[in-house]
Each structure stands twice: as C-alpha cells, then as structure tokens.
Design a protein around this ligand. Structure first.
Ligand code: FES
Ligand code: FES
Length: 157
C-alpha cells in the first residue's frame, strides 16, 4: 500500500508498505530518518517516541496505515536547521547522553512535558519520563537536562 504522511513539516510518500509495518520501520527504513530508535519493538522502552498529531506515541506500536494524512514529528524535526532545540542541547550539555540509544525518545518526551508544563517539579519530570528506559545514565543527568532545558526555555520567553 501507499502511505502519504506529513513528516517534520514535509509531505512524504512511502510505497509498497506492508500492512503490518510499523511507523517506526517506515521512518527509519523508508524515509531515511534513523533518529527514532528501535530497542524493544514492543512499546516497552520509549526509544521510538515521536509526535503523532502533536501527541507522543511509541512509533513501534503504530501501524503505518494509521498515519495516512496525519502529521508526524520526529526528534530530527525538533531542531531548527543546524540549531538544536533547547531540550536537545541541554541533554548534550548536562551529560545526559551516554550510548544515546534512549536519547531521541527521551528528548521527545521531555519536549512534550515542557510544552505542557514549562516549569515541572522533579516528580512531574520523573512521571513524564517513566515510559522511557535508559540503561546507562542512572537518570540523574537526564533530570538535570530537563531542568536545564526548562530554565533555558524560560529565559527566552
Ligand atoms: S522500540 Fe518502541 S517502545 Fe521500545
Ligand atoms: S544513554 Fe544508553 S540507554 Fe540511555
């Protein structure tokens, strides 16, 4: 089947998509967007988190056919050209990236949190990111990164 979908503001088309294919597969293998990671393919780890119509979803659990004529925004789409989004930059600056496998999903989840709650308490950050697993960092640096991003976003308001 053919899937037309808007990805990061651009109209994109994927052909010969298999009925059972996931949005994650389409993004990575057909549309050349490897930012969203495939760690579990079962909706357990959050590494594949993308926005679908501005709501974060696990792209591995969304069938490609479900995204027809909808809007997807991936971690690549958060940056403004070469300029990283404050959330992306804060993950780098706070040392919240080790192997990096969890990072794209965490960045999208943290971005969504800060859009909804610009100055979240620690408990709100932990709750918002509870579906995103990281094997490397122990989560403290991730917490630091989200708080740094919140401060930076506040400074530009
Ligand atoms: S790869 Fe989608 S939740 Fe783990
Ligand atoms: S940095 Fe390695 S899984 Fe999070």
């Amino acid at each position: 089947m053919r899937v037309n979908v808007t990805v990061n503001g651009e109209r994109r088309q994927a052909d010969d998509v298999w009925e059972g294919e996931s949005l994650l597969y389409v993004l990575r293998e057909r549309l050349g967007l490897p930012g969203s990671k495939n760690a579990c393919e079962q909706g357990e780890c959050g590494s594949c988190t993308v926005y679908l119509d501005e709501v974060p979803v696990c792209a591995c659990l969304v069938a490609a056919g479900q995204v027809r004529d909808r809007e997807v925004r991936t971690v690549e789409g958060l940056a403004d050209g070469d300029r990283l989004d404050p959330v992306q930059q804060s993950f780098v600056d706070a040392g919240a990236v080790q192997c990096g496998f969890c990072t794209p999903g965490l960045v999208v989840a943290a971005h969504d949190l800060l859009e909804r709650v610009p100055e979240p308490a620690d408990a709100e950050i932990r709750e918002a990111l509870a579906g995103n697993l990281c094997r490397c960092t122990g989560y403290e640096k991730i917490l630091d990164a989200v708080k740094l991003a919140a401060d930076r976003r506040a400074a530009t308001r």
